[in-house]
Design a protein around this ligand. Sequence first.
Ligand code: AMP
Ligand code: ZN
Length: 500
Amino acid sequence: MKKHQLKLYNTLTRAKELFEPLKPPYVGMYVCGPTVYSDVHLGNCRTFTSFDIVYRYLTHLGYKVRYVRNITDVGHLVGDADEGEDKIGKKAKLENLEPMEIVQRYTNGFHFVMQQLNNTPPSIEPTATGHIVEQLEMTQQIINNGYGYVANGSVYFDVKKYAEKYEYGKLSGRVLDELLAGQRELDGQEEKRNKEDFALWKNALPTHLMRWKSPWGDGFPGWHLECSVMSMKYLGERFDIHGGGMDLKFPHHECEVAQSVGAYGTEAVKYWLHTNMLTVNGQRMGKSVGNSILPAELFTGNHALLEQPYSPMTLRFFMLQTHYRGTMDITNDALKAAQKGYLKMMNGLKNAKELQANQATFTFATSDDKLKTEVQELIAAVYEGMDDDFNTAMAIAGLFNLLKKINTLHTQQQTIATWDKESFDTLLATYISFVEDVLGLREEGLTDLAAVLNVLLGLYQEAKHNKNYEQVDKLRTSMKSLGIVVKDMKTGIGWAYDEV
Ligand code: AMP
Ligand code: ZN
């Protein structure tokens, strides 16, 4: 494994820390996935793409990462607290569908978007409904330890009792006394001892669709519990990284900390990572805010705020241009700049691959220490960016410096003779692997065969019009090699698939 001083910002300690996994070379990472009751918006995509970068870079460094990202398919209530309808159940009633139909539809949509953005699928993608038994067990464990109590068929976490021994609020920086002092009426939450108590298990009203049997009656799990249960089931009682958007710090992640300590006496997570929000006109993009832009709207340009369509890789590049902890405002100008940057990076990739493919035809200099040092320094700057809390903005700036060298080698191939083979090889290999494997950028736009075909047919028509039959034959043969036959019809030129 390469020696690296990877530092990451840990929300828990509010400091950049050296990354030291609990059991190298293994790394366990859990990321809160989507609640699948609607299409993911660009804000959600930002968070998932940020953690894809974390996963990709750790893998690049040689770590064996088990990446768990869940699907929330039950327990997340409207309003993000303990009252109100289940988000999925509500949508199911509205559309007169099974809750699991809603879950399946939006899970499929989510997967499709992740593929468009070239985000690596997680190693395990567990669902909350698939882990009811484990959630019942953990609830019982918390009750046994004295931190959970039963009220009217629901089970709540006793935050005040917990705070007698442990620090509730250590992750989010909230102060329990202040939270409790601000206690208004329990407004419909009378069964709780204190307003800050949160549900581990909720009693299901007769109208509630998703329900399971439990020792406390029919009900469903609380939202925070699933992430504690599924992270520890697959990564152990203590694991390396837990991530999510910063809006999840409180109460979701604070409650997770309390649950694992309340059940097992240990904090599960070593490093807590939180991404900053994607904003529109300075306001957080959110479904409840009503300012969502969906990936499909961006890719088609079909949205009031958009002047044109932007491709998935333009979006990815746009996101990577900002560090994950910085705010990011989406504007047409920023997206257009990102499109340029992305295409520049892809031209570099094309040049690098061509140079690599043709290397046998070049003559190299024996060795050049000055050049070697220069190339190594340029490469080190790229790694320094990523080692500094996954700073993709810095890494991209560094890659553009590599790109300058690559483009010069490509346009002025006589200069290759002044390069030693090792510097040439590392320059190209680093650029290619960073762009493709670490940043996850891929070429796009070369797949629209219909558009290319139209251009060829246009040339064919022109050649025919000019009675240039040699050219006509050439174009016919070229298209046949692509499996296309040209049709000369009375009504004009057409084409068909070559059936032979
Ligand atoms: P949800 O489906 O609402 O639970 O959200 C899924 C993930 O997207 C969570 O990690 C959220 O923190 C994150 N998220 C939601 N809105 C935004 C936003 N505007 N910018 C970045 N991340 C977001
Ligand atoms: Zn979660």
